[in-house]
Write a protein that binds this ligand. Sequence first.
Ligand code: ATP
Ligand code: MG
Ligand code: MG
Length: 359
Amino acid sequence: MFENILPLYGLNSEETTVNLFGDGLINHTWKVTAGKQSYILQKVNTDVFKNPENIDKNLCLLKDFLSKKDPDYLFVSPVSALSGESLLHTPDGHFRLSPFVEGSLSLNALTKKEEAYEAAKQFGKFSSLLADFDAEKLNITIPDFHNLSLRYEQFKTACANANPERMEKAKVYVNFINDHHDLVDTYLSIVANKEVPLRVIHHDTKISNVLFDKDYKGICVIDLDTVMPGYFISDVGDMMRTYLCAATEEETDLSKISIRKEFFKAVYDGYMSEMKEVLTNTEKQYFTYAGKFIIYMQAIRFLADYLQNDVYYGAKYEDHNFNRAINQITLLKEYIKIEKELTAPLSSSTVPHSQPHGQ
Ligand code: ATP
Ligand code: MG
Ligand code: MG
């Protein structure tokens, strides 16, 4: 396969080495080394991204904008093939080749709050540099990805058509989701509020999507497939969901699910170090809500999938999605329990202790 792809970039496949690289779950990723120059070659997952050209067009628009806005910003995007195209549609699939960021490393878990700060700063910097870019020019790469209202409707449909045994077992958790429907109402009020603008949002702020240098300083964000118009609560919320707890969504020992308060502060400080002047006062009021928004949405998605016999996520064992849903519900409960404490150390002028609309 590589002997067909690499020459399209002017690389001699006999003088290059190609190795599988990283721990990405969505695309196939290889490191390609040609003499002193290294690249990341990716085969785009077209089951997830039905129209990979949409990603490619987005990256071209952003590259053009950022090269003028801040020529020093490291925007890692695909290089052009000899044909001039930055996405190649070949019989083996859709491929792209990006420069390898030398001296970089990525993390799969967060052990230090300083790493959370650095990551949040990089995601903040990305949206901040693009604050003047008209987000609506971007293509939607996954429709309704973070549309909580739609996810809730899908959950209701899943409940109506649920496997009866699974429904019986999950009843208490289904009730929990329904009892917290006010989180959907808040989402709807955010979407309707002109003071919460659509921005260029990354939408996949897990820690492995930030490159660090050897001193664990952030270099840049990567994995730009889900960059599209959205609300800042998506990026902040997914950082809360994935950075605050030392255990992952796979953990079944619920006693290990707790919130590292100092990591909340680190995410806040890192993100705000870049976004303080960009976010509206109204957006700032939803900073803490962001965590609830994304954790709740993930709980809904796991539970809905469990009720529908694991058709979407699949399952490595019988109760896999059930356990993941309970994990996320536990995380949400922990978050809500200490919400006021999380917000208290932050400046009262930027983050009020209670959400607007009493949520
Ligand atoms: P995910 O499961 O997060 O969606 P993915 O399959 O979309 O991942 P990427 O995140 O784009 O894949 O890349 C996988 C890994 O490869 C990254 O976590 C990082 O370690 C490494 N990587 C990607 N691009 C580069 C780059 N330009 N320079 C150095 N390393 C990179
Ligand atoms: Mg990734
Ligand atoms: Mg990805």
